[in-house]
Design a protein around this ligand. Structure first.
Ligand SMILES: NC(=O)c1ccc[n+]([C@@H]2O[C@H](COP(=O)([O-])OP(=O)(O)OC[C@H]3O[C@@H](n4cnc5c(N)ncnc54)[C@H](O)[C@@H]3O)[C@@H](O)[C@H]2O)c1
Ligand SMILES: O=C(O)C[C@H](O)C(=O)O
Length: 317
């Protein structure tokens, strides 16, 4: 018989590991599908998802180029099995049984364009992909990366409503890159180690709709108003900064893949019942008069769906 003190220590260690996101029991099987996997974001994102031990099956879909990406990524000696799917006729197989679907499919900006200029092409792409999601994996958590996020998320919601599968707690516009940028820029100005920095970013994902709440950043730093204004502007213009630096060769891909992998990891942890998983995301919302709004969302076990934290917790007083 185990000594009660030893049992207590083991329980406490298990609960500590579980709070930190480490498994103390068998890790559930989870299928993640990346739609647009052969693209600028899709390739590094597929690599990062292959490195995630919470993924058991990685499904890589694109209209072209997926066999090569899938063969390449599949040689990495990590847990997940990788299958590449190419062309519309294989989309159903790519999606079947998916727990999380990440969508970086669509065209990126060139210098001089706004994200809204992508609407005409990307709306159609998102519509057809979401129609298939409704059919083949209606319960999946959908991580929308394709721009303009402020429009592609509402489009996805309409497609799911029409199909009768809409669950607002399963549809997320990925705004994690805004948070990643805000953290990096804040750490630089506050002269603090970036690893410990937190900055909530609310609103939307385009220009002035991106609202980094530096007044709520931690650790606290006494930054002058003009520095906060400059930080806010740099975060709002972060995407344009990359588009201009790439000079016609697309928009952020590597930092976006990192941000997309962080958000997908949070979704997987949430699905696995890890408590207190909180991320900012553009979701259906009642916290303002706007139907969709980015704010902190939290996973509430055992429902395994996300709920929106009250904005009063987030808004600076
Ligand atoms: N949410 C964000 O913070 C954020 C950040 C960066 C980029 N983006 C957006 O992500 C999107 C992708 O950017 P990228 O740089 O990877 O572009 P890219 O052109 O390099 O890659 C897009 C990929 O999508 C594929 N694709 C096109 N139509 C498809 C369809 N119907 N089904 C499946 N795949 C399809 C293409 O074949 C291509 O491989 C753009 O809309 C961009 O604006 C969003
Ligand atoms: O700016 C873009 O067009 C891509 C993306 O939305 C970003 O913020 O980097």
């Amino acid at each position: 018989m185990m000594k009660p003190s030893l049992l207590r220590s083991l329980r406490s260690a298990a609960s500590h590991l579980s709070r930190r996101g480490y498994a103390t029991e068998p890790v559930p099987e989870r299928k993640v599908a990346v739609l647009g996997a052969a693209g600028g974001i899709g390739q590094p994102l597929s690599l990062l998802m292959k490195l995630n031990p919470l993924v058991s099956s990685l499904s890589l879909y694109d209209i072209a180029g997926t066999p090569g990406v899938a063969a390449d990524v599949s040689h990495i000696n990590t847990r997940s099995e990788v299958v590449g799917y190419q062309g519309e006729e294989e989309l159903g197989k790519a999606l079947e049984g998916a727990d999380v679907v990440i969508i970086p499919a669509g065209v990126p900006r060139k210098p001089g364009m706004t994200r809204d200029d992508l609407f005409n092409i990307n709306a159609g792409i998102v519509k057809s992909l979401c129609t298939a999601i409704a059919k083949y994996c209606p319960h999946a958590l959908v991580n929308m990366i394709s721009n303009p996020v402020n429009s592609t998320v509402p489009i996805a919601a309409e497609v799911f409503k029409k199909a009768g599968t809409y669950d607002e707690k399963r549809l997320f516009g990925v705004t994690t890159l805004d948070v990643v940028r805000a953290k990096t820029f804040y750490a630089g100005k506050a002269n603090v180690p970036v690893a410990g920095v937190n900055v909530p970013v609310v609103g939307g994902h385009a220009g002035i709709t991106i609202l980094p709440l530096f007044s709520q950043a931690t650790p606290k730093a006494n930054l002058d108003d003009d520095i906060i204004k400059a930080l806010t502007k740099r975060t709002q213009d972060g995407g344009t900064e990359v588009v201009e630096a790439k000079a016609g060769k697309g928009s952020a891909t590597l930092s976006m893949a990192y941000a997309g992998a962080l958000f997908a990891d949070a979704c997987l942890k949430g699905l696995n019942g890890v408590p207190d998983v909180v991320e900012c995301s553009f979701v259906q919302s009642t916290v303002t008069e706007l139907p969709f709004f980015a704010s902190k969302v939290i996973e509430l076990p055992p429902l395994h769906t996300f709920q929106i934290l009250r904005l009063s917790i987030l808004w600076p007083v």
